[in-house]
Write a new protein. Sequence first.
Length: 559
Amino acid sequence: MNAEEGKARNFIRTIVEEDLKNGKHDRIVTRFPPEPNGYLHIGHAKSICLNFGLAEEFDGDCTLRFDDTNPEKESQEYIDAIVEDVRWLGFEWAGEIRFASDYFDRLYDYAEELITKGKAYVCSLSAEQAAEYRGTLTEPGRNSPYRERSVEENLDLFRRMRAGEFAEGAHVLRAKIDMASPNMNLRDPILYRIRYLTHHQTGDKWCIYPMYDFTHPLSDAQEGITHSLCTLGFEDHRPLYDWALENTTPPCRPRQIEFARLNLNYTITSKRKLLRLVDEGYVDGWNDPRMPTISGMRRRGFTPKSLRQFCEMVGVNKTGGTVDLGMLEHAIRDDLNQRAPRAMCVLKPLKLVLTNYPEDKQESLTLPVHPQDESMGTREVIWTREMYIDAGDFAEEPPGKWKRLAPGRAVRLRGGYVITCTDFVKNDAGEVVEVHCEYDPATLGVNPEGYKAKGVIHWVSARAAVDVELRLYDRMFAHEDPDGDKAVDFTEHLNPESLIIVEHGKAEPGLAEPRQDIPYQFEREGYFFFDPLVSTADKPVFNRTVTLRDSWAKISQKG
């Protein structure tokens, strides 16, 4: 079966097509195997889309497996969050959710098989001694003095390790490969270590835990994985992946294929460093809308469609490089521009009084929910004598080419009448606090001769306005490569304006009970998403998903 029409070509799709064409596989099986030691981020989104996407395109299966080999850093919270993220992106896995810990008994048997074949041994060097024996990138390592223990002694020690007879660090099980290998991963790597920790899946059944590099290939084999896709960081680990499969008796031999990880400018995706941001209070949690986590982006208003489209735009290759954050923002705008309902919201309210409009009168005006999509219906807004406009839309002394409101100037209020400024009021500090205008009742929906209403500004009725809080999110870091400057800690590059809170916004009446499935386009302000986690019954809170300006699209068109 060929890949979906319109999908970008990449070397992995080509490999899969050739394997199916040549009969190497009847069907493909991929997997998404996160470690449950943190929340998923934008880089994981690329891997999710690749693994699940290939399975969808070629009528194969993709499993969801948690590689849970380190209970010290893992938790059920992370497992639940990962499951939610994968589903939110629109993917379903084949069969039940798997855990590497499901295979611990089988992995133990493989370890004994290696010992019996003389391919593994119990080493009693301390961690410091083992590091010394390992050598360096320019000097070969030295064999452990315990490397030639007999099969019988190794089996006895390994079984006693499992029985809990030794302290942590007393012994490890190591593969017997080549201490002189230029690939440090092949210098007798550790396969098992002693850890007295309660595991979130197996409880206290085990006090020895397999290492990731031993667990991963054999777990792939248990699930019949055909193509094991991982980032380039695992390329040097592939010889060990293959070694584990070649020296045991697994049910199949998966193929590991590496691709370049996703790097975004102004962004950090290291789980360890993201955890620091959470633990040290720089953000309000893993789902803070400034975080590059999928849960944070979901809370900010990013859509599954936009993330999947972004991953397709980035593509899959081996060259890597850094992707402009503007490309992600463009993908979001491209999706929301077509689907987001429109609304009006004033971020910096300035009172406007229509001096020739009756105080006790109000009108209901009908506006489209979306200007280019009639199927989305209409919405009602209230027109009254007193309004709110944005303070930035009035100038006492307007600059050249000013198209908004000023003394003697006329503008149209979006979807309503043309108004002309006749006066304004200042407070004791000299700030304009109220603008007086007259409206022309003959201008609803028309622009009669004699008017020079070149501008259109948004507004809300003071009588019908909903009090809202707006949270204006921007990129978390002010430095393009926040982790590149090793002279300072990456937190020194945090953007102090990554969150600006506008407490006293005014919105049109329909936003009292907002939609929760997609952001709104607040006209002339950006896209905003309702946040139920911090909203109250009296005041909805909206997170700015992204601004309206799309500089990346302009750059890409020029390029």
